[in-house]
Design a protein. Structure first.
Length: 374
């Protein structure tokens, strides 16, 4: 199971940025034209190398394969693509499809940033903030983040907010952090909008405003940010009057669960277990709980230990084993969890990969519904 997150002070993290050209459902590989793309990539055509790498990363037309995605991104990186250089730097940073090698990540990020790619400069800042492949230096990280923000990259503002929020390399200032999030949100950064939505919905020492939270979370969700889809769904479950359709919360949970977000799989299991908004279905609940366990690992298995045991007793050993097998098969085909996915009408250009934890995890760490064990 590929899960490799990095946390700051309780889980608030920076994540490396990928720039996927040809996102699934947009201009990327499809089942129909995959053989042609594969053939041209093998002949050294840069555009097709990128499309093939993206297909293997997202599972568009092929089974997801991190090793092949890394291979084709590196081929395109060697061919001079700044986007691919940033991509493969990400893969080396977190050890996705290749052995983790922060020095190699640094090499590729520097090459990409030298071509003017602001997201690669942000990734350099992440390395300095975390001390990966370089001496840890939050001041240098802050310079990268602020430079990116000045150039209109909203994620730079988001990451500056992270530094301010936890006092990383500077005095803690949560008011200043929120100002950075506002700057990022105005620059149409989904992470900043998500952070603001979280502040206004769940952070105990911040003023709550459900309508404002819904607006920010919806903006982030429409920008493709999966944790925002989950948070918006949970908000709508508690405030159905804010939903655009009666099914919106379930639709969002299904999108998030289908790209590997274990919290959404868990909530779907809870809803099916209790018959909340859907007919009660013990088999489907058991399935979603086991998908969540495979997505989230030992932490989630512990959370769901009581529930899965209780449901297994109801279903019986044969049905339980069959359902677990189906969940395991699904996970084998969807190992790479995506933190960004394209949504209808979204023309964004970047996507965070499976190892990017929530930028505001510490702000939104509690389970969205009652503990399944209760």
């Amino acid at each position: 199971m590929m899960r490799n997150t990095r946390a700051f002070h309780g889980g608030f993290v920076f994540g490396p940025i990928l720039l996927l050209l040809g996102l699934a459902g947009q201009s990327g590989a499809t089942i129909k034209d995959f053989p042609r793309i594969e053939a041209r990539a093998g002949q050294g055509f840069l555009k097709e190398e990128l499309e093939l790498a993206t297909a293997y990363f997202t599972g568009d037309g092929v089974v997801q394969d991190a090793k092949l995605a890394a291979y084709w991104y590196e081929k395109a990186a060697e061919g001079g693509s700044p986007e691919a250089q940033n991509q493969v730097g990400y893969f080396y940073e977190i050890g996705l499809g290749v052995p983790a090698n922060p020095e190699r990540a640094l090499h590729w990020y520097r090459l990409s940033a030298a071509s003017g790619l602001s997201d690669a400069a942000l990734n350099l800042g992440v390395l300095y903030a975390l001390g990966l492949g370089v001496q840890k230096d939050p001041a240098v990280a802050a310079e990268y983040f602020q430079e990116a923000a000045r150039k209109g990259n909203g994620t730079g503002a988001t990451y500056m907010g992270t530094l301010e929020y936890f006092g990383i390399g500077m005095q803690m200032d949560r008011v200043a952090a929120e100002r950075w999030y506002v700057i990022g949100q105005k620059l149409h950064d989904p992470l900043s909008a998500y952070n603001l939505g979280t502040l206004y919905s769940t952070v105990p020492d911040h003023r709550h405003d459900v309508a404002r939270a819904e607006r920010y979370l919806r903006e982030s969700s429409e920008g493709g940010y999966v944790p925002a889809m989950h948070s918006l769904a949970v908000l709508l479950l508690h405030h159905p009057e804010l939903g655009r359709t009666p099914e919106e919360a379930l639709d969002l949970l299904n999108i998030a669960a289908n790209v590997g977000y274990w919290r959404s799989s868990l909530v779907l299991g809870v809803l099916l277990r209790d018959g909340r908004g859907v007919p009660a279905d013990n088999t489907a609940a058991y399935y979603h709980f086991h998908v969540a366990i495979q997505q989230g690992g030992a932490e989630v298995e512990h959370i769901l230990q009581y529930d899965t045991g209780k449901l297994a007793a109801v279903l019986g050993s044969e049905q339980s084993a069959k359902t677990q097998a189906v969940a395991s098969l699904w996970f084998q085909q969807h190992r790479l969890a995506l933190t960004f996915v394209p949504r209808k009408g979204y023309k964004g250009r970047f996507i965070f990969g499976q190892a990017h934890a929530d930028p505001a995890e510490v702000l939104h760490a509690s389970l969205p519904l009652s503990d399944p064990a209760t």
